[in-house]
Ligand binder design. Structure first.
Ligand code: G4P
Length: 274
């Protein structure tokens, strides 16, 4: 049976196939439902799915980067019950107060940004989940990872809506040991076709839960088998002992007695003539 999340992710893939437009330079435009006009019902399912995939992590903050990541992060944050912090892209480094700062060189946008986050909003006690709409060469995500490192917070992982699997960002970030969950990974795209990577996702906590339930059922089964077989043998032993030892009313149950009575009164089966 399909998980609810699998159905939601199937909806996302179908939507990409239906409304996504491939532009020159391997750019996939999904601005009719994801990063300009936003389909809130679909993004809500995306938010739930991020929660399902990271439900075993003690997330205290969701971190994203302006602009398109913000809406998706906010919807997901409702399921984590944590605040969203977004990194600001700043051309001028006229910084006000204490800031974490890093440079992001976007191949897609052909620009270098200074990206800043106020130190007030990220501290070593935080457990951070990164969320963004796209992962291509990974510059934006690498910048956010750098900021998390500078803050001393714990990076729990990254949730991406669409990963362009034919660009190196995803591989590079996984190789760094970051837990990266992309809801749709595109392995190739041309003007008229898109190929998605087939992923089998098992929720960590569910499989643990199922394993524990399985072990419990097995233990219960063995316990009852043992107890019942012990009880049965116990009863059998006591009944036979009682039959042998008691000369009185249990005597008819003694095997010798039964044999003797059968010899004295042979069974008359229906249909047998003598
Ligand atoms: P890069 O290093 O190749 O630049 O890409 P990266 O993995 O950092 O991707 C993240 C940024 O690139 C995102 O922008 C995303 O919007 C944009 N992007 C990359 N590939 C595509 C694509 O095929 N289609 C669309 N629509 N966007 C793509 P960002 O830094 O988060 O800024 P913003 O665009 O949200 O303002």
């Amino acid at each position: 049976m399909k998980r609810k999340g699998d159905i939601a992710m199937q909806l996302l893939k179908e939507r990409i196939l239906k409304d996504g437009v491939v532009k020159p330079g391997n750019i996939l435009k999904v601005d009719s439902f994801l990063n300009h006009q936003m389909d809130i019902e679909l993004i809500n399912e995306i938010g739930k799915e991020f929660k399902a995939r990271f439900s075993d992590c003690p997330i205290t903050k969701i971190l994203t980067i302006e602009a398109s990541g913000i809406g998706i992060a906010c919807i997901a944050a409702q399921y984590f019950h944590v605040p969203v912090v977004f990194a600001k892209k700043s051309q001028s480094v006229n910084l006000d107060g204490e800031m974490y700062c890093t440079k992001i060189e976007s191949f897609t946008h052909k620009k270098v940004y200074d990206v800043i986050i106020s130190k007030k909003f990220l501290s070593p006690e935080d457990h951070v989940l990164l969320i963004d709409d796209f992962l291509a060469n990974g510059c934006a995500l690498l910048g956010l990872i750098d900021i998390v490192k500078k803050s001393g917070a714990t990076l729990e992982g990254a949730g991406i809506v669409i990963e362009k699997g034919f660009q190196h960002g995803g591989q590079q970030i996984r190789d760094m040991g970051v837990r990266l969950e992309s809801l749709a990974i595109i392995d190739s795209m041309t003007d008229d076709s898109l190929t998605f990577r087939v992923l089998i996702f098992r929720r960590q906590n569910t499989s643990n839960h199922q394993t524990i339930t399985g072990i419990f059922i097995l233990l219960t089964y063995f316990h009852f088998t043992y107890v019942f077989s012990f009880y049965f043998r116990f009863m059998l032993f006591h009944c036979s002992a009682a039959c042998y030892c008691s000369p009185g009313f249990l005597r008819p149950l003694q095997p010798e007695f039964l044999l003797c009575s059968l010899q004295a009164h042979p069974l008359e089966l229906p249909g047998s003539f003598s």
